[in-house]
Design a binder for this molecule. Structure first.
Ligand code: HEC
Ligand code: HEC
Ligand code: HEC
Ligand code: HEC
Length: 448
């Protein structure tokens, strides 16, 4: 199963330029999920970025269930998707419920008669329907951790919340209560979560005493260190005695708790959870690889058809291209030409990815996130990570260099492209050493 939010990278509507490509890729993701054999996926807000109708169409092509208990058709007062599914597993009966995070009411992503209701309106009745007949309740949701905790506290019969996390990857599960844990595998399919559960009829992951025991042990360490400090200060003997008394009392409680815990250990459930990072050196599954290649072809065919960029938009934003710098900064041009920045678009061509709107922004100069398609087929001297990728648009500076200075280079400029995602070992200082446009040739001089 999956917490959801897998189809798109945004939960706002899709912007004009990239919408077609995003839809094609969403369909490929579903085909891959069919192959992998998913059972159920929660509907997150990101799955609605192309609108409800698109998701309904996608549902028709999915061999798994899309779940949401709170996307409601107001005409019929019924959920639009299945609110939950049930499964038999390891002699237990499981119920898996989907819950969608709140979407702004003026959002155009839903039909006029469809709303995402607050979970408080729907969840109670579903849980009361399922709790008696099921041993284990799972929630798939993109709600934030605060809401998840509230749900866990209100409904002790919810045992596992799988959250579509926006940022963290592969963090270990957290205890929300004694009977519920929260887990999320992060985004972009980089991890697969494996969870083995030994489920006991008490429906608890830990006993109430366990929490007290952990807190008590922490307190013991604190008191011990205080005593150590006070021992060297005879003038504070009263205080010392007081702490010693507290410590003795705490020791007694801890011994008692430990004894209780030993006998309770048999009755609490346990889990073993790990996140397996998808190893990039492993060969791809042939059928999934075929899907990925097919997706590349479809994206290319679609974006090839988009009208070629006239270059007007990018020049309106002040970008002139590296050839306009050459007449005055010949040496810097030479040093830049020796770097991989100068061949960044060729790199995409070699991979057959020069029409992929997801790659272009970081491999050309002056990409515009509002109009990603304009990065296709731009003039050759902007089809690189050029001077202006780091120094900013140069149209004004070029005409009046002495009074119109370029902006200073900061790490932030590099990080726009050298994201952890693309370059997890980025080293600003080291990069600068390599790329600060130093004039290598000692005969250099004249114009800088
Ligand atoms: C517009 C996006 C973008 C910006 C801004 C950017 N880079 Fe890059 N950088 C790239 C890409 C793309 C590559 C890889 C190009 C290739 O191999 O085709 C790269 C490659 C590099 C390399 C390897 C170069 C080599 O020749 O071995 C270094 C080092 C580097 N960048 C440092 C920096 C630093 C430092 C900054 C900021 C001062 C910066 N980059 C700003 C996109 C960018
Ligand atoms: C967020 C910015 C960004 C995006 C988006 C991006 N790249 Fe890059 N790419 C970089 C940077 C930065 C480097 C240099 C990283 C380094 O030197 O380790 C790079 C390097 C590369 C390289 C050469 C180094 C390597 O890893 O083999 C290839 C090939 C590449 N990118 C292809 C792509 C493709 C294909 C896409 C789209 C699917 C893409 N990139 C999307 C920023 C980006
Ligand atoms: C990867 C980012 C990057 C790219 C691309 C880049 N520069 Fe630079 N450039 C720097 C850095 C860093 C410095 C050092 C000055 C600073 O820190 O502000 C610098 C300095 C300069 C200077 C001042 C040199 C001096 O001696 O003071 C000039 C002129 C210059 N660059 C021109 C260019 C031109 C022309 C291009 C394109 C051919 C270019 N740069 C491409 C990062 C870049
Ligand atoms: C007509 C000549 C001319 C052109 C064209 C030109 N520059 Fe310059 N540039 C200069 C001069 C002259 C300076 C030194 C200014 C000073 O120190 O008074 C300079 C300085 C710089 C510096 C150092 C920091 C600063 O702003 O003073 C950078 C970076 C730079 N230019 C980048 C570029 C880039 C990028 C382009 C192309 C878009 C470009 N220049 C086009 C003449 C030019």
């Amino acid at each position: 199963m999956d917490g959801g939010s897998l189809l798109f990278k945004t939960n706002h509507g899709l912007g004009g330029g990239g919408a077609g490509q995003a839809r094609i890729t969403a369909e490929t993701i579903v085909k891959a999920y069919n192959l992998i054999g998913y059972d159920a996926v929660g509907i997150g807000r990101r799955d609605l970025a192309a609108g409800l109708d698109f998701l309904l169409e996608i549902r028709g092509k999915s061999q798994f269930d899309w779940l949401s208990a709170n996307i409601i058709d107001m005409d019929t007062d019924q959920p639009v998707f299945k609110p939950f599914v049930t499964r038999q597993l390891g002699g237990l009966s499981l119920a898996i419920i989907g819950l969608t995070g709140q979407i702004r009411s003026d959002s155009k992503l839903l039909d006029e008669n469809v709303v995402v209701e607050p979970w408080r309106d729907n969840l109670p009745s579903i849980i009361s329907k399922l709790e008696a007949s099921h041993d284990f309740l799972i929630l798939l949701t993109d709600l934030d951790a605060g809401n998840c905790r509230e749900i866990a506290e209100m409904y002790p019969m919810v045992n596992l919340i799988v959250q579509a996390r926006e940022v963290d990857s592969g963090k270990p599960p957290t205890y929300l209560t004694d009977s519920a844990i929260l887990v999320g595998a992060g985004q972009k399919g980089k991890h697969i979560g494996v969870m083995e559960v030994d489920w006991r009829p008490t429906r608890k992951w830990r006993s109430a005493g366990q929490q007290d025991l952990t807190a008590g042990k922490k307190e013991r360490i604190r008191l011990q260190s205080q005593m150590k400090q006070l021992r060297e200060r005879p003038e504070l003997k009263n205080h010392y005695d007081n702490i010693r008394e507290r410590l003795t009392a705490l020791e007694n409680t801890l011994t008692q708790l430990e004894r209780q815990e030993k006998s309770a250990a048999e009755s609490v459930s346990s889990f073993d959870n790990r996140f397996v990072a998808m190893n990039v050196s492993l060969p791809d599954h042939p059928a999934v690889l075929d899907l990925v290649n097919e997706n590349k072809k479809l994206v290319e065919a679609l974006n090839r058809k988009s009208p070629p960029s006239t270059g007007e938009a990018v020049s309106a934003r002040g970008f002139v291209g590296w050839t306009a710098c050459r007449e005055c900064h010949r040496k810097q041009v030479q040093s830049w030409q020796a770097s991989r920045h100068a061949t960044s678009h060729l790199t995409l061509v070699e991979k057959g990815q020069q029409f992929n709107l997801e790659c272009l922004p970081c491999h050309v100069t002056g990409a515009d996130s509002n109009d990603p398609a304009a990065a296709i087929g731009r003039a050759a001297d902007l089809q690189v990570v050029g001077c202006e990728s780091c120094h900013g648009p140069g149209s004004i500076h070029r005409l009046n260099p002495a009074s119109q200075r370029t902006a200073p280079i900061t790490e932030k400029i590099c990080l726009a492209c050298h994201t952890p995602e693309q370059d997890d070992s980025f080293d600003f200082e080291g990069g600068l050493k390599k790329l600060k446009c130093e004039i290598q040739d000692d005969r250099a001089g004249g114009l800088r």
